[in-house]
Write a protein that binds this ligand. Structure first.
Ligand SMILES: Nc1ncnc2c1ncn2[C@@H]1O[C@H](COP(=O)(O)OP(=O)(O)OP(=O)(O)O)[C@@H](O)[C@H]1O
Ligand SMILES: [Mg+2]
Length: 259
């Protein structure tokens, strides 16, 4: 698989390329499972792209390819970023570490000097509103707070690309809506490129600049919807006819494939 790094691009004098670019990506696992078929997708800085699709269609696999954890069988992934953040459905915290110990983990693995690490941790905790809980252990946190810790940990990477695999799927609706608002605020301040997997069409429309619909496995992209709402997004837009119409169109595209 060809991967062009940011440095190579700068040397080529080109800085306007997408941050993440799938070019005809196919992926068949070694057991013959056909997971992804001819994926073409460009994501630029400042774009928030959500992926919706039936269970097992290859969404997590697509993120794994985007992160470099999985190689495409054919086609290419082109990247133009130095730092990547990855947030999973499970917060995956170490129970014996405090909140700040968990948030600082990636910075420790990167061997950043202690003062820089501590500043990154403090900034990230403040951004997700957990600065008062730095010394708590995970068992004392709610599900929403654990997800915030996971977000904060990824933020210490200063990601230019942020991958999310159903991060709020296990949360109650109110907590999820609150985290959706916090995430759109982060998106506005940090201006990363986001690839967000969700089963919720409403969440996808609320968060995104674009929603991509995938077919059942092998996952292909069958439709893309531009979302016209400006940021910061107001929670009330969820109840507008325009929002309902877009969500309805996405739902119809999904159902058509399943029929
Ligand atoms: N390492 C692997 N080897 C073989 N098959 C795999 C492997 N990883 C995933 N698969 C299969 O590839 C397909 C896509 O899996 P993937 O986890 O990407 O789906 P998904 O869209 O994320 O599903 P869900 O919505 O349930 O999370 C599934 O049929 C899955 O069983
Ligand atoms: Mg998945």
């Amino acid at each position: 698989m060809q991967v062009a790094t940011k440095d190579q691009r700068l040397m080529e004098g080109s800085t306007t390329k997408p941050t993440l670019s799938f070019r005809g990506v196919n992926l068949t696992f070694s057991d013959g499972t056909d997971a992804l078929r001819d994926i073409n997708l460009d994501i630029s800085q400042n774009e928030f792209v959500s992926i919706v699709g039936p269970s097992g269609c290859g969404k997590s696999t697509l993120l794994r390819v985007a992160s470099g954890l999985e190689d495409a069988s054919s086609g290419a992934l082109e990247t133009d970023h130095d730092h990547l953040g990855y947030v999973f459905q499970d917060a995956t915290l170490l129970p014996w570490r405090t909140v700040s110990g968990n948030v600082g983990l990636l910075a420790e693995l990167r061997k950043l000097p202690k003062p820089e690490r501590e500043k990154k941790v403090a900034d990230a905790l403040e951004l997700v509103g957990l600065d008062k809980f730095a010394n708590y252990h995970p068992r004392r946190l709610s599900g929403g707070m654990r997800m915030r810790v996971s977000l904060a940990r990824a933020l210490t990477m200063d990601p230019q690309v942020f991958l999310f695999d159903e991060p709020f799927g296990a949360l109650d609706e109110i907590t999820r809506e609150r985290l959706n608002d916090e995430l759109t605020q982060l998106f506005v301040t940090r201006q990363f490129a986001a690839l967000f997997v969700t089963h919720s069409i409403f969440e996808a429309v609320y968060l995104s600049t674009r929603v991509v619909v995938m077919s059942p496995r092998p996952g292909r992209i069958i439709a893309e919807f531009k979302i016209p709402f400006a940021y910061p997004r107001q929670p009330e837009i969820r109840f507008t006819p325009q929002f309902a119409e877009i969500a309805g169109n996405i739902s119809e595209a999904l159902r058509k494939e399943l029929d």
